[in-house]
Every structure is written in structure tokens, then in C-alpha cells.
Design a protein around this ligand. Sequence first.
Ligand SMILES: [Zn+2]
Length: 373
Amino acid sequence: MEFTAIDRFLNDFEYVVNTDSASGNKAGILKTARFFRERFSRLGMACDIMLPGNGRVPCLKATLGSPPHDIMFLGHMDTVFPEGEAAGRPFAIHDNRAWGPGVCDMKGGLLVALHALETLKKNGALDRMSLCVLFNGDEETGSAVSRSLILETAKTCRRVLVFEPCRPDYHMVTQRKGGGWFDIEVIGKEAHAGADPHKGTNAVVELAHLIPIIQNLNDETLGTSAQVTVIRGGDKINIIPARATASVDVRILDPNEKQRVETFFYSLSGKRLFEKSTIQVTGCIDRPPMAATKKSLAIRDLIISRAREMGITMGAITTGGCSDGNLTASLGIPTVDGLGLVGANSHRNDEYVELESIPVMVNLICRVIPQLI
Ligand SMILES: [Zn+2]
């Protein structure tokens, strides 16, 4: 039995999109979690709303059967949009698309997971399965609080499907860059720029000298980027600046690059221009890359071939953006992402999803799941 309940999906969609749930909006995330708890409970799943971070971040866990679970369904209930956003631009349908806050990232994806499981239940296929659903509430702020819950839960699962948005023309995500941020602080010595320049150590000049050295970290073939995105230094035009700072955004695709990049930054003071300056670096690569593996590519191939049976040509991409799939993949658990609705413009007010992708993605997941158990 195929999924055909588009109206029911759209009703759910309207409800969850019109429920504001910015990261940190505990009431809104809790309301969203309760909606899903009710629905997963009806499928016979054991549901639990967890509140890590001293109750700050509601997360929903629903399990069927006992661990190890064959599949983990992973998604986030939080959005980047503040309270009141949905009242200002509520869920809407026009031009064959659905619009509204979080429609693409990633309330549509949460509903793909729910409706696929509901369809499998109707078909009688669900009861034989061992599955785990985890929807967290702080992905948009880096999953700082839910991280250990995600990792512990993933360890009880054989593979992970993440329902972040599917990219235009049905492209799932098989690789995501990891990364981190580094802050560099150069301390020199203040002096009168005109009267006593020889008494000063110019922190701005030292920092300027370091920037092209940092730029050399970029390695396109390895998939590593290091971009100095913010610099600050100096205060008055006639004073040699004693302090200058820079922030660097780093992304890596190869897990081994973590060590090279961190070693580079921590040894920057060895590359000083002025002996009397001091250079301090803080930061690290704290998001591991979601690398493609033999096992994750096998899931990709399975998805592509099931899609082909439905007349859909599915592809896969690598992206520089992180998701919670980076965390599960770092444990070596095969992870495939981008299985939500097809859409674009996440984090913007013109975010949308393609309505035609609703039955396609729900039915595709229904075809894929039984082959992963
Ligand atoms: Zn997202």
C-alpha cells in the first residue's frame, strides 16, 4: 500500500510549522515533541521526552523493538526563527510549494519519517522492525546539549538516516564537512606612533603577517578550507596597537585533517614576525566530518535504485554544512542524510519545499526501510 494521505500530511505540516520552535524556545519545542510523541505512540513505539541540559532542551526518543536497532531516524525540532515568526508568515501553499518557518529545515523531514512509519504500520510491515527515532531540540545551535544523547543513542543503532532537507532535483547528502573555529590573539606593545615607534610592537602588523600563512592551510584537493573571517586591531591612529585578533572558520572533509589543522594553529607562535609579540590561539575542530564509507555508500546505492523503480533519478552531494549526521558518522555508524523533503533557502524567509516531493520521499523511505533490516 502506497502512501497517498497528502491531506493528512499537509494538516500535520501546518500544525508543526505554525508552532514556533526556535532553539531555546522550550515551550515550542516541547509542544512539537508532544505532537510527535502522540503519533509515534499510536504506532506502538515506546516514547520518551527527554530534557537534557537541566531541562532546557526537549528531545524526543521513540523506539520499537529492542536494541541494537536496525535504523535510527534522526532529526531536529528546533528552527532558527524566533517566537512570533509563524504568526507573521504562517504555513502557506502556493506555486506547488509549501512555505513557512522551518518548512524545509526540517519540519518537512520529521514528517517524512513519521508518515513513512505510519504507512509501514498500515502495511503490517512495521511490527517486525527494530527502530529508533531521535528528534533533538538544539541542532541549530550546534547540538551542544543533546550531543551525548545523540551519540549514546546512535551507539545502539546499526545505521542512521537523517531527514535534513533533500537538495533540489532529489539529491541526498552522503558527505558533510566537519570543522571548527579558531581565535587568534596577538599581544604587542603600545607606543606613540610618531614619537617612539621603536618602543612599540605592532600587533596589527604581526597579525597581518600571519594571515597569508593561515591562508596556506587551504587545500582544495583534501577538501580543507580555512578562512579568516573577522579581524580587529588598533584603536587610535597615532598609537601603535598592542592588541589584534582574528577569527578563522575551518572546514575539513578528511578526518585526518583535524590533527594537521590543530597542530598548525597551536604552533602559530613559532611563526612570529616580532620576537616581542605573543600569540595565543584558542579553538579546535569540534565537529568531525561526515565521511562517506563503503557501508554508507551501499545505503546510498540502495536508495538510488529504489528511487529509480519509482521513476525518480536520485543523486548525492557533499556539502560544507554540518548536521547531527556528522556526530553519528564520527562513531563509524553508516549515515546518510538529506532524506527530508526537496527544498531550498533554509534559514531564510523564502524557504520552501516542493509539494511533489512529499509522496516521493515518503514512499521512497517506505521502500528502503524494509531492505535495511
Ligand atoms: Zn537542519
